[in-house]
Design a protein around this ligand. Structure first.
Ligand code: PLP
Length: 411
């Protein structure tokens, strides 16, 4: 049976050029990059080249790029590392973390864990389109805030957050704090404070949106190999200022002091090489792919409105990633007793892979926290599905998917 993949937000196939670049580092060039001999230096040079290439794409210093074992780990490092450093500087105060309500579990669960250690967590709501309320975010920030984390683009509904605006809010807050302090201790010139740090999870955004560090204005940025046509098991945390002496993040994995001392453990050389190749290729085709997928997204929605007129779009129609569609099918609207779970299973049996949303995996199925944060009922949050396009998606595949929808609702 011919199979069609519409779950690119979950994972992407590794680009053949990335595989080619990685291959020698599994066998011939297997050295430990920490070793002094020729084999080690060969691997170390590959890691350096990959780091420099990613730094060029992000517009940062190569020493600001930290390789991790996943985006989940990068998000953990960004939050836990920042809170730990803030606590070192303010030992008697309660640290505060400000996050949006629609962050990925790797951020929200980390906040839950930090709450158990005494941190205060402020969850900022989003509007009915899934866009963060920046006024509420601004009023949540105070001098106890160690870190603010707002994702660039959401993995379930694809909505794009005003990251640069948020960076501006934080930067103004810091300036105000620095001024206040200057006025109270007039004899001591003080550098602009670095707190709170601003972190953004750009895992879903990198394929389609500009990710230069200067434009985003974030202090730390998370990326993932498996979402950009690179390998699984490798992520990145960009950390502003890591090249200097500015210690803002305390490591959460300690040991050999790799990755500028921020993330110990022998570097996964093949995965790092594959990540950088994939990132280069994505950057080259970003504009073209964004336009191509935007057209397919509009085409799909236009056709779907005719096939299942009761289907409702979740999230913002315009301010969203070009590859993301998230639809609610009211119960019974697609034929008697056909929930979106039934739809997904029937589509899968017909060869079409779509997703019930990130909260639903082969292991657990709960109403999506993202759809609930947007203000939808449990029923809507449980009866929606996510269709995500990618590099291999063609118009004829979409026509086949639409035909499969049509066929399922008829029977
Ligand atoms: N952040 C976002 C927005 C994601 O979509 C994902 C994965 O779905 C992650 C973080 C975690 O990525 P990984 O599972 O590669 O650690």
């Amino acid at each position: 049976m011919q199979r069609y993949y519409f779950d690119y937000a979950a994972s992407t196939p590794v680009d053949s050029d990335a595989i080619k670049a990685m291959r020698p580092y599994f066998s011939d060039r297997f050295g430990n990059p920490g070793a002094l001999h020729w084999f080690g230096q060969e691997a170390s040079a590959a890691v350096f080249k990959a780091r420099s290439s990613i730094a060029a794409l992000l517009g940062c210093h190569y020493k600001e790029v930290v390789f991790t074992g996943s985006a989940t780990e990068a998000n953990n490092l960004a939050l836990r590392g920042a809170v730990a450093r803030w606590q070192e500087l303010n030992p008697s105060a309660v640290p505060k973390i400000v996050v949006s309500a629609i962050e990925h579990e790797s951020v929200l669960e980390t906040c839950e864990a930090l709450k158990k250690t005494g941190a205060e967590i402020v969850i900022v709501p989003v509007d009915d389109k899934g866009i963060i309320d920046t006024k509420k975010l601004k009023s949540a920030i105070d001098n106890r805030t160690a870190v603010v984390s707002v994702m660039y683009a959401n993995n379930e509904i694809g909505t794009i957050q005003p990251v640069s605006e948020i960076a501006g809010i934080i930067s103004n807050f810091r300036k105000q704090m620095a001024n206040n302090r200057k006025n109270t201790i007039s004899h001591k010139p003080l550098a602009i404070s670095h707190w709170p740090l601003f972190h953004t999870d750009a895992v879903q955004a990198f394929n389609y949106l500009p990710c230069r560090t200067t434009e985003l204005g974030a202090d730390s940025i998370t990326l993932s190999g498996q979402k950009i046509y690179g390998p699984k098991g490798v992520g990145i945390l960009y950390i502003r200022g890591l090249a200097g002496n500015n210690k803002k993040i305390i490591p959460i994995i300690t040991g050999g002091g790799q990755e500028m001392g921020v993330r110990s453990g022998t570097e996964n050389v093949p995965a790092i090489v594959g990540f950088s190749k994939a990132a280069e290729l994505v950057s080259e085709s970003r504009e073209f792919e964004t336009k191509r997928l935007r057209k397919l997204q509009e085409y799909f929605l236009m056709r779907m409105e005719k096939i299942i007129p009761t289907a409702r779009m979740n999230g913002d129609r315009k301010n969203r990633l070009p590859n993301n569609i998230n639809l609610y099918f009211p119960l019974n609207s697609v034929g008697r007793n056909k929930s979106s779970q039934d739809l997904i299973i029937k589509l899968d049996l017909a060869g079409f892979a779509v997703s019930p949303g990130a909260a639903c995996s082969a292991r657990v199925c709960q109403p999506s926290h993202v759809l609930k944060a947007v203000g939808f009922s449990d029923e809507r949050a449980s009866n929606s599905l996510r269709i995500t396009f990618g590099r291999q998606t063609r118009k004829q595949d979409i026509d086949k998917l639409l035909a499969a929808f049509k066929n399922i609702i008829k029977h």
